[in-house]
Design a protein around this ligand. Sequence first.
Ligand code: UDP
Length: 333
Amino acid sequence: MSKTSLPPVVVAGGAGYIGSHMVRMLLESGFHPVVVDNLATGHAEAVGQATFRQGDIGDPSFMAPLLREFQPACVMHFAAASLVGESMTAPAKYWRNNLVQTLALLDAMRECGVGQFIFSSTAAVYGNPVEVPITEQHPRNPINPYGHSKLAVETALQDYDRAYGLRSIALRYFNAAGAHPDGSIGERHEPETHLIPLVLQVASGRRREIARFGSNFPTPDGSCIRDYVHVQDLCTAHLLALKKLGEGAASTAYNLGNGSGHSVNEVIAAARRVTGHPIPVRDDPPREGDPPVLVADARRARAELGWAPQYADIETIIAHAWQWERSSLARAA
Ligand code: UDP
């Protein structure tokens, strides 16, 4: 294990997709990541060399002793349920996992004197955009329980700062995608619902075709446009947010996206170029609650955090995800 000189950082959900990339980056940057994960959806092997404690963030008898033991500078919170469609049919899961558990985590932090928090929020807090690109000032009107649960935490965070001095940065991700450039970790959801991994499962032979959810949207090619942002770039933003909180920054929220959108058709075309596979498409009806266009205005993160995405190019994002798809398939064989 690498020698660490910087303080411990608790990574809640560090065995999950984005959390595991964060753990790797913290280790490489000299921090001591302490992973907390109940492995409900995470994978123990994704944690790598980091300290790992299995348990629930919402269980104070687990969290408080852990926070006292490590006295982290900050808690980064990736442990959440994050599927819009599922949140419509199972809202109780979203309110419990994403709000109730998070409040318990914040209370354990207060009890143990841990005063900095970085929160994985989402573009879903905005709901249907009234203007694009979406700035942080855009009205926040979520249209599903997932977005509502994340917005509720953001609201609680403002109150917790005012009353308890717990400072936080909420990072509103647009469409997280890609994988570690070395192919060793990546996205692994069961069941998979996200566009890029599903498209690549067609290319690798795990699926026959990709369903395109809607082809009559008011966009140039009729398919939905999203702002795909590389998981490594999301993690870099967390490191910068950690630095900013360490310098005494006030609580705030930032959008994280590349500021350019790609349609479903463009993603499929890029995946064809990257993989050389024809990737057959089937037309399905639109998914409930999918806005036609979601693109971030992330200029504040660039200006105030100094964030500069390294992997904004959609083909690079897909190429890294493709490397991961092939290596995970080879491991499963
Ligand atoms: N999408 C699609 N087929 C799929 C999965 C997703 O056409 O099998 C579309 C979806 O309607 C959306 C975009 O791809 O416009 C991105 O969806 P994803 O689930 O990856 O992320 P979300 O935008 O829901 O966070």
